[in-house]
Design a protein around this ligand. Structure first.
Ligand SMILES: NC(=O)c1ccc[n+]([C@@H]2O[C@H](COP(=O)([O-])OP(=O)(O)OC[C@H]3O[C@@H](n4cnc5c(N)ncnc54)[C@H](O)[C@@H]3O)[C@@H](O)[C@H]2O)c1
Ligand SMILES: O=C(O)C(=O)C[C@@H](O)[C@H](O)[C@H](O)COP(=O)(O)O
Ligand SMILES: [Zn+2]
Length: 371
């Protein structure tokens, strides 16, 4: 373990919590449980998926918890977005019952955003809510592990069945990221770029300069990148935990992304790939509506491409079905089209009642061309 461990705080008053980021910190999971006042935990349900356990991270986490005196039951869900559903949630409720979990028990999510969202949803609802800890193992999960949005998908909409349920703490070991396939590293960088674009111009420039080191998982760069990105997320969540207004900016690129994920079939595109296409589209729309300069539009797209991310809407998805799906977005009231719009690099706002024709034109421009 390196000495360079960063501790950030999500400031939610008495319910505030720490995000601990470092290389090798998974081995201190048991100690962190005690530090976070979870010494009285009667039993732990440790939820993970097969890729995470095969990569060796489950063993490290379990050993650390058992050495600290906790009794642990492990449940694995099948890897991938297809597992974020009520059937898998029910499997976890069964496992919780069978393991004898009570209101003093804790559910720990060890994995990417799918495991985090699913296990978090079960923790939010089992016995009306029990303690929950996030141990993210993907780059993308720097976003999902912080902020308390937990959910499962519905065939007609992403994250439609969910809750706000904050974790007790987030333990982020960058060493776990070394077993990720390159596609998943790139996917996670889409949300890092999003955080720069919505909040912090300097951070976006830093991302542009450090993309190669980010992709090659340089340890110091990774810790910095995740700490800065998590700090942005934490700042937004602290100001508007339940998305009454400001928090919706975290949805930049997501109106189209969720439509692509839902229509292509969950799991065809990774969430980050869909977000990348969604950001390229949202930047185009922002420029078309007169908010974003053409230089910043080009700069946004260039950064996504530098990360090896897709920026074009798949030809197989029709404009009509994309628009209908986007009308059901959670940000929209009624059937209006609401988007997070970029005004500058590092600054966005929420715009309601966006004209349909501008949306259609932006889809057309961003659509993949047959070669
Ligand atoms: N709650 C939120 O605020 C929030 C924010 C962003 C995204 N999300 C959700 O997160 C999900 C996407 O998360 P994700 O991209 O982490 O997907 P994921 O959890 O499916 O993980 C991606 C892939 O990597 C594998 N994997 C995970 N960790 C690994 C490791 N260390 N080594 C090797 N393989 C590993 C997984 O098994 C999976 O195959 C989506 O469902 C999205 O909606 C939620
Ligand atoms: O935390 C948030 O708020 C976000 O919007 C972060 C997004 O990256 C994330 O994909 C989230 O799950 C989307 O939430 P939803 O409410 O649009 O389903
Ligand atoms: Zn997202």
């Amino acid at each position: 373990m390196t000495d360079d461990v960063k501790r950030l705080r999500v400031d939610l008053g008495e319910r505030g919590y720490e995000i601990i980021i470092g290389d090798g910190v998974l081995r201190s999971l048991g100690e962190e449980m005690r530090r976070a006042d979870l010494s009285e935990t009667s039993h732990i349900l440790l939820v993970t998926d097969e890729h995470v356990s095969k990569a060796g991270h489950l063993e490290v986490a379990k050993e650390s918890l058992e050495q600290s005196g906790y009794s642990v039951t492990v449940v694995e869900v099948p890897p991938g977005e297809e597992s974020k559903n009520l059937d898998q949630a029910e499997r976890l409720y069964d496992a919780a019952f069978n393991a004898g979990l009570d209101r003093r028990s804790t559910i720990i999510a060890l994995g990417g955003g799918v495991v985090g969202d699913l296990a978090g949803f079960v923790a939010a609802t089992y016995m009306r809510g029990i303690s929950f800890v996030q141990v993210p193992t993907t780059v993308l999960a720097h976003d999902s592990a912080v902020g308390g949005k937990v959910a499962v998908n519905h065939p007609r909409g992403k994250n439609i069945i969910g809750a706000f349920h904050q974790p007790e703490f987030v333990l982020y070991d960058v060493n776990t990221l070394r077993t990720l396939p390159p596609r998943e590293i790139r996917s996670g960088i889409a949300e890092v770029i999003k955080h720069g674009l919505i909040w912090d111009r300097e951070f976006f420039f830093w991302i542009e300069r450090n993309m190669e080191e980010m992709l090659s998982l340089d340890s110091a760069i990774l810790v910095d990148m995740l700490a800065r990105s998590c700090a942005i997320k934490a700042a937004v969540v602290a100001k508007d935990e339940k998305e009454q207004g400001l928090r919706a900016i975290l949805n930049y690129g997501h109106t189209l992304a969720h439509a692509i994920e839902g229509l292509a079939g969950y799991g065809v595109f990774t969430h980050g790939e869909a977000v990348s296409i969604g950001i390229a589209f949202a930047a185009e729309l922002s420029s078309r509506l007169g908010y974003l300069s053409s230089q910043d539009l080009v700069r946004t797209e260039r950064c996504l491409l530098k990360a090896g991310l897709p920026v074009h809407i798949p030809a197989s998805l029709s404009t009509n079905e994309l628009v209908s799906f986007m009308r059901q977005d959670k940000k929209a009231i009624g059937k209006t089209l609401t988007f997070v719009i970029a005004e500058d690099i590092g600054r966005v706002s929420i715009v309601k009642d966006v004209p349909l024709q501008s949306v259609i034109d932006s889809i057309d421009v961003r659509r993949e061309r047959a070669s």
